[in-house]
Design a binder for this molecule. Structure first.
Ligand SMILES: [Zn+2]
Length: 245
């Protein structure tokens, strides 16, 4: 398992405010005392960055151009019934770890990890002109890395490697990012872009990455050879074209 080396200073605070906020080592201690620590969603950013829109932009939510990626561990529900709790947590640890490293290596935010799925946001708080491409590259890194480690994992767990596939969906566009909910505040993205990425993920086969036309247009250099196929997504009136990445 390869652990990424994390930045010693917050990349988000430095890029957006030119403030060197230490995240690690002795000099980070006074910051930690004030609750400033590495973000669990991206360890190269900090807890101030997570709430950049409330602290700096003074809004509860903001509209941003961003890319959303959903990755889902196929077959998890049936596997979780046949495997021991220890084996299930080992499997999820490996999956989350694989996704997190690829997302963070491309400056994304691992916004949510729910059961057998993760949701990543690209372009917040680290703003990148090539966030669409970053999401595609992160998705490929997840698939490549997973193919490299699942044989060993399957051997350890006593199951077939073919049972351990990941399906990924990506969409990009304007969405609403911020804190939603009154009693339970949840920092996340909402909107059609999020729903479409989620649906694209749901029709992706194991080992497949499906992206929308918007992603295809904005990451053309990486997807030039890909031809669209028509999919009818649940909850959408008209069929849409998706490209394999
Ligand atoms: Zn920060």
């Amino acid at each position: 398992m390869t652990a990424l080396k994390h930045s010693n200073f917050c990349m988000g605070c430095w890029e957006q405010m030119h403030l060197p906020v230490p995240l690690r080592g002795v000099i980070s201690a006074p910051f930690r005392a004030f609750g400033v620590r590495p973000s669990r969603m991206n360890p190269n950013t900090c807890t101030i960055c997570e709430l950049m829109f409330t602290k700096v932009m003074r809004a509860r939510k903001i509209t941003i151009d961003a890319t959303i990626m959903f990755a889902d561990l196929r077959g998890y529900t049936s596997l979780s019934q046949s495997l021991s709790p220890d084996a299930v947590s080992q499997l999820l640890d490996a999956f989350y770890d694989q996704c997190a490293n690829a997302i963070w290596a491309h400056d994304g935010l691992l916004n949510k990890a729910i059961g057998d799925a993760v949701m990543a946001v690209f372009n917040f708080p680290l703003q990148r002109g090539d966030h669409v491409r970053n999401a595609v590259l992160a998705a490929r890194e997840i698939q490549d890395g997973w193919r490299g480690r699942r044989d060993e994992l399957a051997g350890t767990l006593g199951i077939a490697a073919s049972e351990l596939g990941i399906g990924i969906g990506i969409h990009t566009g304007e969405l609403s990012f911020g804190e939603f909910g009154q009693s339970h505040r949840d920092l996340t993205a909402i909107g059609t872009v999020v729903n479409t990425a989620s649906r694209a993920q749901s029709v992706a086969a194991a080992d497949q990455i499906l992206v929308t036309d918007a992603v295809h247009r904005r990451a053309l250099a990486d997807l030039a050879d890909s031809q669209p196929k028509i999919y009818q997504l649940k909850g959408f009136d008209t069929p849409i074209e998706l490209y394999a990445a």
